[in-house]
Design a protein around this ligand. Structure first.
Ligand code: NAD
Ligand code: UD1
Length: 356
């Protein structure tokens, strides 16, 4: 049983990953400030993992600490308390961060602070406590407007917004750190494509604050009647039906990618891995709408409007390196994504606030 720290583990991707890692037998400490998540998510993770039957085992296997990754005192205490309890933290999965592109353009200082300063504080605490195994949540946003699709990891890093710049800076910091102490750091930078969907139980899922920026939660909220219609950003892209094409990855496939990355880092010599996590398949906006209508039995009315600034026509991963290095590939289809996304949205029309 490995003791893992998950920063931002109460969020969308973190909560699903917690579930997979608990089922794998790991012990988890989640550090989250709840700036973009509800504690209810982890209560449900505990129930789904069968932990809530015993409060004691629940606290032993899944511990939630409310705190900020920029708070070095809090971080130091997390590592020291775990060591004093006889279960030192062996590896960290670093999800905590801000992720809204438009917001990052309006508030670059906040994005650089949370995403870069927060990562630096975490890395310093890890180093000081001899914990040098890390999985970092990176993003396909690093590729900007990709020239070649499917996109290999060797494609140029050309972010086009402060969010992307902050992720690129953390990847650079991780390279510098690994180079400074050869054979010590085990690092995986996982570049996610478009994570969507939910756990098939419908108990946990994505719960964006306010109006969703991203396609999938917007479509779900139209289907459930929270919004009247979808705006499709551009019908004149050079794609199969004129709408933007993306590589949508089921969040449970992504969670399993983290399990594979942790297993690989802990089993192999020190290394720095950089991997795309995507399906390798592209779906257009209209294909997503149609798949969601089939899964939900609900209409998703839409109108085609002007292109959104900063969008690319097609973004699809070349995920072959992740298969080679981790033995991981996606298992779930767009229809599975929509079925599970609908299970979550229909059971929780207002997200976790339905319970609070
Ligand atoms: P999320 O917002 O649901 O989860 C992030 C979590 O971090 C939240 O629970 C939030 O409360 C917490 N957090 C934020 N700032 C914090 C701080 N200063 N201290 C402690 N906790 C803090 O987002 P997500 O979709 O689960 O994304 C997780 C990671 O993956 C992020 O780093 C994001 O940039 C990256 N990523 C996400 C996507 C996506 O589409 N969801 C795509 C690529 C990369
Ligand atoms: C967006 C971010 C990207 C981030 C990713 C995380 C932008 C420009 N890019 O990517 O940095 O890593 O989220 O998942 O914000 N669409 C509509 N109507 C909508 C919303 C989206 O037509 O209301 C279209 C978009 O034009 C695009 C597709 O749906 O073609 C997917 O959009 P979205 O879900 O926002 O993801 P990305 O643009 O790929």
């Amino acid at each position: 049983m490995t003791q893992l720290l998950l920063t931002g583990g109460a969020g969308f991707i973190g909560s699903h990953t917690c579930l997979v890692l608990l089922q794998e037998g790991h012990n988890l400490i989640v550090l989250d400030d709840h700036s973009n998540s509800s504690p209810v998510a982890l209560e449900r993770v505990a129930t789904l993992s069968g932990l809530s039957a015993s409060a004691e085992s629940s606290t032993e296997r899944l511990q939630l600490i409310q705190g900020d990754i920029r708070d070095s005192t809090c971080l130091g205490k997390v590592f020291i308390d775990a060591r004093n309890a006889g279960k030192p933290i062996e590896a960290v999965i670093h999800f905590a961060g801000l992720k809204a592109v438009g917001e990052s353009v309006r508030e670059p200082l906040r994005y650089w602070d949370v995403n870069l300063t927060g990562s630096r504080c975490l890395l310093a605490a890890m180093n000081a406590n001899d914990c040098r195994t890390l999985v970092f949540s990176s993003s396909a946003t690093l590729y900007g407007y990709p020239k070649d699709v499917p996109i290999p990891e060797t494609a140029p890093i050309k972010p086009i917004n402060p969010y992307g710049h902050s992720k690129a800076a953390v990847e650079q910091l991780l390279h510098d750190l690994a180079a400074s102490a050869p054979n010590q750091w085990r690092i995986a930078c996982l570049r996610y494509f478009n994570p969507v969907g939910a756990h098939p139980s419908g108990k946990i899922g994505e719960d964006p604050l306010g109006t969703p920026n991203n396609l999938f939660p917007f479509v779900s909220q139209v289907a459930v009647g929270r919004r009247t219609s979808l705006q499709v950003f551009g019908g004149d892209w050079p794609t199969k039906d004129g709408t933007g094409v993306r590589d949508y990855i089921h969040v449970m496939d992504l969670a399993e990618g983290h399990r594979a990355a942790i297993d690989c880092l802990l089993a192999e010599p020190a290394q720095l891995l950089t991997l795309n996590l995507g399906s390798g398949q592209g779906a257009s906006v209209v294909e997503v709408v149609r798949a969601f209508e089939r899964a939900s039995g609900c209409q998703v009315p839409y109108e085609v409007v002007a292109r959104r600034a900063g969008d690319a026509a097609i973004t699809v991963a070349d995920p072959s390196l992740a298969l080679q290095r981790l033995g991981w590939r996606t298992q779930r289809s767009l229809d599975d994504i929509c079925r599970d996304g609908w299970a979550w949205q229909s059971a929780n029309p207002s997200g976790y606030s339905d319970q609070q």
